[in-house]
Design a protein around this ligand. Sequence first.
Ligand code: NAD
Ligand code: MG
Length: 353
Amino acid sequence: MKRIALLGATGSIGRQALEIIAVHPDLELCAASSGSQPIDGLAPLTQVGGDLTDLLELAAPDLVLNAVVGFAGLPATLWALERGVDLALANKESLVAAGDLALEAQRRGGGRLLPVDSEHSGAFQCLEGRSVDQIHSLVLTASGGPFRGRTREELEAVAPSEALAHPTWNMGPKITVDSATLANKGLELIEAHFLFDLPYEEIDVVVHPTSIVHALVRFRDGATLAHLGYPDMRVPISYALTYPSRSATPVRPLDVTAGLTLEFEPLDLETFPLLAHARKAGEQGGTYPATFNAANEVAVAAFLDGGLPFLAIADVVAEALEAADGSPAHDLDELVAADAAARRYAEEALKVA
Ligand code: NAD
Ligand code: MG
């Protein structure tokens, strides 16, 4: 029996994880948390808000599924990695903000870091643990979001409700807006860099509107392996929870007889500059990725509140990156300080946006 602590149990990933756990005879939910919604009785141990590491200490799980949204998920990520407790990671923000600290913690702890993000789960499955020198490059696919093909002019007045209408994935509000701006792919680029130890120039991003191909890995021998399937997060969630086994899920196998076409197109970085900002922040390293993430969280929240135009999200992030010094964080306190500084820069930028 694998005892699972599910953090962010009321969210999009959390609810799908509950579905997987409920029907799997070898998975047991030992603890669950939410940010603010009541979850009494959902698991033997529950916690609403507060310090999630308190819950993890009490629960002593075999695996933590971190499905919290945002930087708030970081302490739980570090808790699991430091202790060698297997971590199924949906909370990409923690790895983006604290990639270096997280990998150091994992080296000390020795546990598994299992990606839940569909692109990274796909790449992880194609890679099968092969060493980095056998890889030519990784390709992450992006659906392009609801605004694919639009010009900047056409995006000037889009409302939150339009950004929240994602064409292929049904997700929480923050990541859905990130998908519309392509910040999500920027976060995923940085996430992939840390997860697979690949330099940024070996990670490409391409638009693939139907989200059937989740990732492609090009190997040095000329072979390319791709991960295909319908866009359904229950597949990567199940894979991370039951790894290295592949358990049955309710997701139907891919039908290749029904006119399946796989289209790819280049990105429009002029209309969606956040991916370029993320790439630069990742290449600069230090706390630049943490700054990118924090400023983006502030800007997305302001957009969802109706207080910031869609296109200004990227401006706020660019200004925070400009203001930051990016110096590396040697410990969690320094990282939290960099995150807080980035939020202040972003709040300043909001006032003039
Ligand atoms: P969501 O908004 O639907 O759910 C977030 C969960 O986190 C909720 O349970 C909420 O109560 C909890 N939460 C929010 N703020 C918190 C806080 N400060 N402290 C503790 N808990 C808090 O989000 P989601 O779509 O399920 O995404 C969760 C994470 O998974 C995000 O990092 C997202 O980028 C990543 N992810 C999601 C998907 C998807 O399909 N939804 C796909 C890939 C990656
Ligand atoms: Mg993804």
